[in-house]
Ligand binder design. Sequence first.
Ligand SMILES: [Fe+2]
Ligand SMILES: [Fe+2]
Length: 357
Amino acid sequence: MGAKNVNEVTEQTWKDEVFPEWGTWLNEEIDRTTVPSHKFMMWWLVNMGVWIKSDQQTNLAIDLWCGTGKTTHDKPDMSPRHQWSRLTGGRKIQPNLRNQPMVINPFAIHHLDALLVTHFHHDHIDMNVAAAVLQNTPDTVPFIGPKYVVQQWLDWGVPKDRCHVVKPGDVIKIKDIEIEATDSFDRSVLITDPDSKELPADSTVPDMDDRAVNFVIKTDAGTIYDAADSHYSAYFAKHGKDFNIDVALVAYGENPIGVQDKMTSVDVLRAAESLNTKVVIPLHWDVWSNMLGDPNEIEALWKLRRERFNYQFYPFLWLPGGRFTFPDDRTKLQYYHDRGFEDRYTHPINLPYKSFL
Ligand SMILES: [Fe+2]
Ligand SMILES: [Fe+2]
């Protein structure tokens, strides 16, 4: 119950009333949706966070992160070991403010069959989410990720018997969904030190398989390829041969000068073509104030190139909190939220003059 009088208002009552901005709206929508046969549905949870629900009503959450970016100018410089220090030779903190509302309340999640995390960057793995899943979902819900992701969960106190380490080639069955881990191409995570681990020598190239995986999610209605924070790789073309991909999720963003991290618009098209997917969905572009991408650029380039290169795929421009249904949205280019008011004129209007209309 909110404050009724200005004298009752505090910073805490304001936060309790306003945060998370979407309350439990999206939790309710996911819970109350029954996915019809021969379809799967997904909801975008901001950044690379995605909820997948199959036609057997199996629920997966991948890279669900409910944190924030910079919240104050008063932060020390990056350490020399920070990935952006190593990459750019700079030390100033990046102004990466979170650009999206909190569209889901992790503590209102009750129906979940597995939590998957692709890599240990803290915009993909989240202690709040881990705690919420432990507190409010059955104790059979597994936490699935590569070695260093599991190490992070264990360091946070997630019970060992809940964790499943995966590496490329591993297959896990969650009810009707088959999850295969495969190679990541996330060069950024290769230069990121995991928390509380011995630091590898600067000249060594760490084992990617311990740090990050991509996921291939096979449902009865189609297959999702989650490229997580993979950079563009020529090896996408191999995955395009290995898997029969319907929808590919890729990390797109506008890299600051001197930074090589997210795929560019043309990389997204090249990745889609290589993966031989039917639909490509750019994610991650939305979240950081200093790396905001414009996915319209992808659509414009797709239109420019589709005849020349005989593109068979469609780009889908999504919005956080939005839903995607496969195969219904297979050729849909742009998402827009529910515009509402569908019950118009079910009651008499009440206006002094119809001329208002
Ligand atoms: Fe990352
Ligand atoms: Fe990321």
